[in-house]
Design a protein around this ligand. Structure first.
Ligand code: KIV
Length: 266
């Protein structure tokens, strides 16, 4: 089984092979999704929402991202491992950003880092990748800017927004980003972006024209309760499976039906 490297993704775009990315936060899920054939595992700062039960991603710390990246890395064999840079781990200065990104590689075993980008952080992308750290640029809806945006809003529909997003993606490519994640952008705009850069684009809520797709694993397997944005496709009902099996377990314990002889040491 060939381990995927950053350089493979550009070839996949050139050959028209779509990239499948999914989030993971622990080694058990990482091992399952890796064996099932995902190309990139992202330790997203969505960790805050889906694992820590927070309202948004702003409180997630660099130490928490390092811990979850490290445990995810132990479950993987083939996929590329990308880790999110959490809020305030790269905004203060490019030097600080290089330090934080370096810790995700050195301590977390990440193979690349992802940053939420606006014009102000293109130079930071350049500085991080010059330090030898591969960068994924996250554009469009940037959840760490939720309070500035006034909520989670679809991007690319206002006058001039589409051109700005295309320019931003191009600047990120020139600064050395090897991949661009496009979140909640009109699909026509995501198509323009995808056609304007040589590096692959991976969309979430940004339509079918991107070079790949990413979903939050807990949403994709039906573990999070919802409600979900319309772009989420639920492939399973894992919350129901856990709930039903736990009810059965509780009933068995209460009625003395578990453990039986075969579950005991004699
Ligand atoms: O944090 C995350 O999981 C993400 C993806 C949704 C792209 O940034």
């Amino acid at each position: 089984m060939k381990k995927l490297r950053t350089t493979d993704f550009r070839k996949m775009k050139e050959q028209g092979e779509k990239i499948a990315m999914i989030t993971a936060y622990d080694s058990t899920i990482a091992a399952i999704v890796d064996a099932a054939g995902v190309d990139v595992i992202l330790v997203g700062d969505s960790l805050g929402n889906v694992v820590q039960g927070l309202e948004n991603t702003l409180s997630v710390t660099l130490d928490e991202m390092i811990y979850h990246t490290k445990i995810v890395s132990r479950g993987m064999a083939r996929a590329h491992l990308c880790s999110d840079m959490p809020f305030l781990s790269y905004q203060k200065s490019p030097e600080d950003a290089v330090e934080s990104a370096g810790r995700l590689l050195k301590e977390g075993q990440a193979e690349s880092v992802k940053l939420e980008i606006n014009d102000a952080y293109v130079d930071t992308v350049y500085r991080i990748q010059k330090a030898g750290i591969p960068v994924v640029a996250h554009i469009g809806l940037c959840p760490q800017s939720v309070h500035i945006m006034g909520g989670y809003k679809i991007q690319g529909g206002l006058p001039g927004e589409s051109e700005k997003l295309v320019d931003l993606a191009r600047s990120c490519e020139q600064a050395g980003a090897f991949m661009v994640v496009i979140e909640s952008v009109l699909s026509t705009v995501a198509k323009d972006i995808t056609e304007s850069v040589k590096v692959p684009t991976v969309g979430i809520g940004s339509g079918a024209f991107c070079d790949g797709q990413v979903l939050v694993v807990n949403d994709m397997i039906g573990l999070t309760p919802g409600p979900f944005p319309r772009f989420v496709k639920k492939y399973a009902k894992v919350a129901d499976t856990i709930s039903n099996s736990t009810r059965k377990y509780v009933e068995d314990v209460k009625k003395g039906k578990f453990p039986l002889k075969e579950h005991s040491y004699e």
